[in-house]
Write a protein that binds this ligand. Structure first.
Ligand SMILES: O=C([O-])CC(=O)C(=O)O
Ligand SMILES: [Mg+2]
Length: 224
């Protein structure tokens, strides 16, 4: 992974999923409930997409042989199911090879050991149900996760809130918008800490009072 991309990913990870999602114009959300196996982790990296055959983790074993440092392994299946595609042994390999994180649209097992390993993992389910190892599946192909298309190399940002995907072509724009949003939020936070209300800052009080005024007005004018 280039230093440039590495720096951009670090900046997006620090900004966090919600901020990047808003900065991207509310695009890229992975719309599923995800469990964060290692608390407190936030990461971003280019996707190494692993399209597993149904209930089969052959492709995950294969992916370990091509994985590059800094990548986020994205594990998908044709139908997401609570099948344990990875546990501590596969995740050990990912860690040794320098993966940034793993996003699993299936199940993870051995979670106590995985937590100890410390490689950030997000998963749809925790379940011990074993995977087959018979179909090589596909690597480096587009998949869909929680309604969100993920192409190889798209940047995946992950934290406690879940995951958001930024297509490579959109990276510079989203990075600029993220910086601008962080600056705006910092100014806003200062005003809120000083006691101001978002109700006033966004002009909502005014809107509400105006509506109330018209409602009263209409009530008075309407015949009984
Ligand atoms: O081996 C498997 O199929 C998944 C697993 O439990 C591990 O990686 O430790
Ligand atoms: Mg295991």
């Amino acid at each position: 992974m280039s230093t440039d991309l590495d720096t951009i990913c670090r900046e997006l990870a620090d900004a966090g999923v919600a901020t990047v999602y808003e900065a991207a114009g509310r695009q890229g959300m992975v719309d599923v409930e995800l469990q964060q196996i290692v608390p407190g982790t936030r990461v971003a990296g280019p996707a190494r997409v692993v399209a597993c055959a149904q209930d089969d983790n052959f492709a995950v074993h294969r992916a370990m042989s091509v994985l590059q440092r800094g990548e986020v392994l994205v594990l998908a299946m044709p139908e997401p199911r609570a099948v344990g595609l990875v546990g501590d042994l596969l995740i050990t390999q990912a860690k040794v090879r320098g993966a940034a994180a793993m996003l699993v649209d299936a199940a993870v097992r051995d979670v106590d050991d995985v937590r100890e390993l410390g490689l950030p993992v997000w998963t749809r389910w925790v379940r011990v149900r074993g995977a087959r190892r018979t179909d090589p599946g596909d690597l480096d192909v587009p998949v869909e996760l929680g309604g969100q298309p993920i192409r190889p190399g798209d940047v995946v940002v992950l934290d406690r809130d879940g995951a958001v995907v930024v297509p490579q072509a959109g990276l510079p724009g989203v990075l600029d918008a993220t910086r601008a949003r962080l600056a705006r939020e910092a100014r806003m936070r200062e005003r809120l800490l000083a006691g101001e209300l978002s109700y006033d800052i966004h002009g909502l009080r005014e809107i509400h009072e105006e509506r109330e005024f018209h409602r009263q007005d209409e009530k008075e004018r309407s015949p009984r």
